[in-house]
Design a binder for this molecule. Structure first.
Ligand SMILES: [Zn+2]
Length: 444
């Protein structure tokens, strides 16, 4: 039996459950064994805190998790690397407009913060601008820094543009979409479009042929239009998601339920085929809205950041695509000149922030893992070989359906967190990206 390259030890939490004390061995880019060491754990934690464990022992062990449950152990916790399917950048780097160095900075920022699989999201742009960014992002995908590109627009509804530049929004053009998809085959993994955009239906052909995730959003579509469109897409074998559910779509009204209600219903009706994105950062959605959806769709909702270049940076002036954005108190809004409150313009959180936020709010850590890695991994891995394509370099971009699981054969994508929710280490495909000691990048 060959020797592992390295091992990590701690409390392991993945989408399948909690192992109080485990040793994870990594060989090459994959997890080669997971060894439970439970008896040692019990001993250690009893000695460490008699009073605390007396209190805890009165509760049902399977009760819903909480931050108290998180810190019950003084060992580090190992969780799967996060999967972010909607991300425009960070640390001053911007996927929609940046040069290669800028895009690299953005990807590396999120990877250092535990997002070991991410799609680079563009914004509504013309064909020339899209092709320029595809060319820039191709080497990053080849290296496994990103898992592919997400086109957010330009085939969306100008009335629900949010922070999309209305000048760049055009009716759906399947030929243009097909040209973009064939520029670097396999690079575009997802497109956000509005089902009511003229020509949207023809785009289903491109999604079906290229295995591109169809994400419905920036839409004013009513319930029936949305539901019909989703049904057609599912019939064609396409994976469907809602782009940041509730944001940039009409609010849910009891007599005009609209796209939001249709997407929730469709996610229930087509399990494993229709999912919804949530920006669970405490800014884009009320906690109650997040809870309503996660309680209703425990296996079909997942978190995204919609992060823009200000993620990881101080308040100030930034851009999203071609639009000026002001970040105040960590909230990014379109800059206005008339004193009005601008639209929320992308996020400034990381998925690690959202994971910590969820657990502190009382989410079971196992559920928090599902919402920040496992479910998005299922979406990304749909129709693909779970073990990854043996013809390509094994990288975090191949995590796919194995994401969210600390199991033998899964890519060695994981994060080590201390009992105070401090990020200690990040590994992607078995490579250390972040080790707290001597790494100052995370201190910002
Ligand atoms: Zn976005």
């Amino acid at each position: 039996m060959s020797h592992p390259d390295f091992t990590v030890e701690g409390r392991a939490i993945d989408a399948a459950g909690i192992t109080e004390h485990a040793r994870i061995e990594v060989t090459g880019s994959r997890i080669s064994s997971v060894i439970p060491l439970d008896s040692e754990t019990t001993h250690a934690s009893n000695e460490a805190s008699n009073e605390a464990s007396d209190e805890v022992s009165g509760q049902a062990p399977s009760a819903s998790g909480s931050s108290a449950m998180w810190s019950a152990s003084d060992m580090p916790t190992i969780i799967p690397g996060f999967v972010d399917l909607h991300n425009h950048g960070g640390d001053g780097g911007a996927f929609p407009t940046g040069d290669e160095e800028s895009c690299r900075r953005a990807a590396e920022f999120h990877r250092r913060h535990g997002t070991t699989t991410l799609l680079a999201s563009l914004v509504s742009a013309n064909e020339q601008e899209i092709v320029r960014q595809l060319d820039i992002l191709k080497p990053l995908a080849d290296e496994g820094l990103i898992a592919g590109v997400h086109l957010e627009g330009p085939f969306v509804n100008a009335h629900k543009c949010g922070a999309q530049n209305p000048d760049r929004i055009v009716p759906a053009d399947a030929d243009m979409f097909a040209r973009a998809a064939s520029r670097h085959p396999g690079l575009i993994r997802q497109i956000t479009l509005a089902p009511e955009s003229p020509g949207a239906e023809a785009c289903l052909d491109v999604c079906a042929r290229e295995g591109i995730i169809l994400s419905l959003g920036h839409t004013d579509a009513d319930y029936d239009t949305t539901m019909n469109f989703v049904s057609k897409a599912v019939d064609r074998g396409i994976m469907v998601t809602a782009t940041h559910l509730f944001n940039a779509m009409p609010p849910l009204h009891h007599r005009t339920p609209g796209a939001a209600a249709a997407m929730i219903t469709a996610a229930k009706k087509f399990p494993g085929r229709v999912f919804v994105e949530l920006i669970a950062d405490g800014v884009h959605l009320h906690n109650g809205t997040v809870d309503m959806v996660t309680e209703s769709l425990p296996d079909s909702a997942f978190f995204i950041t919609d992060a823009m270049e200000a993620a990881g940076k101080a308040d100030g002036s930034y851009v999203l695509g071609a639009l000026a954005v002001t970040v105040a108190d960590g909230v990014a809004r379109l800059t206005t000149t008339d004193g009005s409150v601008g639209s929320i313009a992308g996020g400034t959180s990381t998925l690690f922030d959202q994971f910590v936020r969820a657990v502190r709010r009382g989410f079971d850590p196992v559920d928090a893992v599902r919402f920040t890695s496992a479910t998005a991994g299922r979406v990304l891995g749909f129709g693909r070989d779970a073990s990854g394509d043996p013809g390509s370099a094994v990288s975090s971009s191949a995590a796919g359906t194995r994401a969210g699981h600390l199991s033998v054969g899964a890519p060695a994508d994981f994060v080590v967190v201390d009992p105070n929710f401090e990020l200690q280490e990040v590994y992607a495909a078995g490579q250390a990206l972040h080790v707290r000691e001597g790494e100052t990048g995370s201190a910002r």
